[in-house]
Design a protein around this ligand. Structure first.
Ligand code: PHE
Length: 485
């Protein structure tokens, strides 16, 4: 008998725990900045509740229908094009593996930041070591020259490794014991912390006239419709997939552990609502802080990039009570943890079911493989540079959008390359296959699956099929085309 969630709430918490992560707190405010403030937020909200919700529902539904791992789900229902559909499942698994190999590296940075804040809690103007934590640089006595030492490169990997180890212990515990309990405790804690932070920034924070947080609120909430273009829409769609964890076959896997009497539509709405709510709050913390300290650009825009959360905010925390920095980065770490334990799930399910592996063996294999690729990602931030290996294989010049992102003449570091590849190529491709498969290949069974446990009208189902099978694919092709340019 397949493992099952203990309760509907257990499933919703786990799916929301997966959705809420670095995507909400680290990536979302960046995207808002990149997409020009309120205009991005406006488009994002529409996209999340239409395209995001529809594909999420299709993915969870397909999981419950097939009662199997991602590859088998597409392969089992083969018709017409036969085994080719299995490729869609494989693409999803590939996306999960790639994100699994860089996500923990970023989580490691936030874990390291939390630790640095903790041990410096009485050092009132402490700023975490950005270059050391992320790039693994160490400095010479005079503070200028970067010195390449073994310890320097290993420190980001060490923290990433600690993070992985904690996730590993939870994963080996299994669905009910590991995942469900971890999410039940961590999710509410996260919501409390983030609410507290938002209230603090908006109503208590006083920078003594340096700037005004309410300008940030205006920047964030007031859409400038002239800024909306295809790029902003495409950014919003990619962000919605990343943030909702849609397209990685993880929701499919989670759906396969779900009982038939759960109302998928209402569960899906709750998940989208929770994820969007937390992203919204994260923006309401990050962007007002930037304006409160007048760190926006002279033309009123905000610079995006890894630096926004890991460099700009710590400068700000240095002027605030120290414990806020600790809380903030601890929060990011928790959010990343509940996401990471979900990322490996589709791979573990696939390995156990395809190769008859024990859960512990499959988990070990997945974590070790992710860590090994992660070493490459982590060293790509700085270690390779220290070794004078910073060219060629160690930095990528993207064929798509050359020069549009990253530093140094438009070449991307390994992490950005992975992130761009997943979000612009494998995810829209896999999602495209999913929408077509669900709306046109297995629709008869799927419509019953979605209806089980709920009372959706026939009208809704017709509209849903039309939207999923015709409208979503058009947008996904646009994202693909735009992402590959
Ligand atoms: N949704 C997660 C976040 O926003 C990232 C994630 C993607 C997690 C895919 C699992 C699968 O951080």
């Amino acid at each position: 008998m397949r493992e099952q969630w203990g309760s509907k709430t257990g499933f919703i918490l786990a799916a929301a725990g997966s959705a809420v992560g670095l995507g909400n707190i680290w990536r979302f405010p960046n995207m808002v900045a990149e997409g020009g403030g309120g205009a991005f937020l406006f488009i994002y909200l529409i996209v999340a509740f239409t395209i995001g919700f529809s594909i999420l529902l299709a993915e969870v539904g397909l999981g419950r229908l097939s009662q199997s791992n991602a590859y088998a789900a597409f392969n089992k229902h083969k018709q017409g094009m036969g085994r080719l559909w299995g490729i869609i499942g494989a693409i999803g698994l590939l996306s999960a593996f790639i994100i699994g190999s860089y996500y923990f590296v970023i989580a490691g940075w936030s874990l390291s930041f939390s630790w640095q804040y903790l041990v410096n809690i009485f050092n009132s103007d402490y700023t975490p070591d950005f270059l050391g934590t992320i790039f693994g640089y160490t400095f010479a006595e005079d503070g200028t020259a970067t010195k390449a030492t073994m310890l320097g490169w290993m420190s980001p990997l060490f923290w990433g490794g600690v993070f992985l180890l904690v996730c590993y212990v939870i994963i080996v515990g299994g669905i009910k014991k590991g995942l469900e309990i971890a999410n039940k405790v961590l999710m509410p804690a996260l919501i409390l912390i983030i609410l507290f932070m938002a209230i603090y920034v908006l109503f208590i924070l006083d920078t003594g006239g340096k700037g005004n947080q309410w300008d940030g609120v205006r920047y964030y909430l007031k859409p400038d419709f002239s800024k909306i273009n295809i790029r902003v829409v495409s950014l919003a769609i990619s962000q919605a997939f990343f943030s909702l964890s849609v397209g990685y076959t993880l929701l499919l896997t989670y759906g396969s552990y779900l009982k038939k009497d759960v109302d998928l539509g209402s569960a899906g709405r709750t998940i989208v609502f929770a994820d969007t709510g937390i992203a919204f709050l994260a923006g309401l913390i990050t962007l007002p802080i930037v304006f409160a300290f007048s760190m926006q650009n002279p033309d009123g825009t905000v610079s995006a990039g890894a630096g926004l959360v890991f460099m700009t905010l710590p400068q700000v925390f240095a002027e605030l009570p120290m414990f806020l920095g600790l809380i903030f980065f601890f929060l990011i770490t928790i959010a990343a943890l509940t996401s990471y334990i979900s990322i490996v799930q589709p791979l573990v399910a696939w390995l156990t079911e395809t190769f008859n592996m024990k859960r512990a063996v499959a988990s070990t294999l997945t974590f070790v493989a992710a860590f090994i690729v992660g070493i490459y990602v982590s060293l790509g931030m700085g270690g390779f540079k220290a070794l004078n290996l910073s060219e060629g294989l160690f930095r990528f010049k993207p064929v798509w959008n050359p020069g549009s992102r990253g530093v140094e003449g438009g070449s991307l570091d390994v992490l950005d390359t992975f992130d761009t590849f997943v979000n612009n190529v494998t995810i829209p491709l896999g999602a495209l296959g999913l929408t077509l498969f669900v709306a046109w290949v297995v629709w008869d069974k799927m419509s019953k699956e979605i209806q089980a446990g709920s009372n959706l009208s026939d009208g809704f189902l017709i509209a849903y099929r039309f939207f999923l099978g015709l409208v979503c694919p058009v947008f996904l092709v646009a994202v693909l085309a735009f992402g590959l340019m």
